[in-house]
Design a protein around this ligand. Sequence first.
Ligand SMILES: Cc1cc2nc3c(=O)[nH]c(=O)nc-3n(C[C@H](O)[C@H](O)[C@H](O)COP(=O)(O)OP(=O)(O)OC[C@H]3O[C@@H](n4cnc5c(N)ncnc54)[C@H](O)[C@@H]3O)c2cc1C
Length: 415
Amino acid sequence: MKYDVIIIGAGAAGLAAMRKLVKAGRHVCMLEASSVTGGRIATMHDGFDQPVEAGAEFVHGKLPLTFKLIKEAKLSCEPVEGKMIGIQNGEWRKEEHDHHWKEFMRQLRKLKTDITVHQFLDEKFSAGEYLELRRAVQRLAEGFNLADISKASILSLRDEWKNIDKKQFRIKGGYDQLIKVLYDHCVGSNAEFYFNSVADKISYKKHVVVHTTDKNKFEADNLIVTVSVGVLQSGSILFDPPLKEHAVAIQGLGFGAVIKFLLEFKTRFWETYDPDIGFILSDEIIPTWWTQLPTKSKLLTAWMGGPKAIENLFETNSSLLQNILLSLSSIFKIAPAVLRDELRNYKIVNWLDNPFVKGGYSYNTLRSREAKEILNTPVYDKIYFAGEAVSKSDSQGTVESALQSGYDVAEFLLK
Ligand SMILES: Cc1cc2nc3c(=O)[nH]c(=O)nc-3n(C[C@H](O)[C@H](O)[C@H](O)COP(=O)(O)OP(=O)(O)OC[C@H]3O[C@@H](n4cnc5c(N)ncnc54)[C@H](O)[C@@H]3O)c2cc1C
């Protein structure tokens, strides 16, 4: 069977592209390594009192494509609520930007040539009085953007951080409902789905042939590759003949790591400290925590992102749990044994350890702009790259950017 288009990866980008192509009458084959759709949108519907997000959780502002799908599927969205609390050396305070933050942004606005975050801090804020500012910037870059500050572009982060205080939302009932809307539109005579189909080799001459680990072959005129940067950089998919400038471009993208901890307790014990906790940013081993406010839930989520998550790749779940309890104990001044007893259920999701993702999401390096230009041009007019990391959308590393990239590549191909 020869298809018009093969898509590798049934995440947001792959399904968005498929939807457009199928609608335009193209015969499309989807190869997905796992047994389900969604990729890094991974709502869990079992084991907890409510649907729980192992991957994407927030809609960062009124993002046009995401909200269009939400509206189309008649889903409801809930604005995220609660206070942002900072904890330093055990001391609780309402989190506010460091008092040097305004100066930091002023210097950033003046910057014309791109450098790394590390270089920028070294050049402009090396004096002792800026120690806290430097720590705060590093925390933000690593925690929010999963970035390594020795590689991340300061100008890209400047553009993202301008929008950091925007309202965030959660999709009631789970992020995966967005994926379901896309999937439902794709299913039909023009679309074929192959799950548990791991692409490991792509040959391209007259046509494109995708080989899978279970020794199947799929042939098409065109191919869209939407796998994560982690998968592409690992070389687990072989290209024959080998890619040239596209291969260099792939290595130029930044891709961070993240471990997400989902903890369901018997009670909302944190409410005795403050009933309005939204987020906690601390200097503990597991630094970032959040509740589900405004939903009154017994779930606490913890987050370890950036180089710290990479350092913890080989930690066992029991040692990670130990660190969770120690961090939480230090924040709430409750003995770890008492917290362990309070804990009803938990799940540790290490995305670097997932063979079909190998990380969290992308951030911009000094080479990203040029790399994206290259990756947005097809190889031999046959192989197209899509996915959150190659999107030129302003919402770097998000579901919105994945959707944008999927729609864009389909439109490009249809032209
Ligand atoms: C922990 C975490 C939290 C996040 N939080 C948010 C958030 O709050 N808000 C937000 O907007 N974004 C968030 N993101 C980012 C967001 O989830 C991603 O940007 C987006 O889902 C990526 O979609 P994609 O289609 O580009 O890639 P993916 O979702 O990774 O899809 C690629 C697909 O390719 C498949 N695949 C991989 N290798 C192969 C192969 N060899 N053969 C066949 N198939 C293969 C994978 O299984 C996967 O299904 C988060 C990500 C993570 C990991």
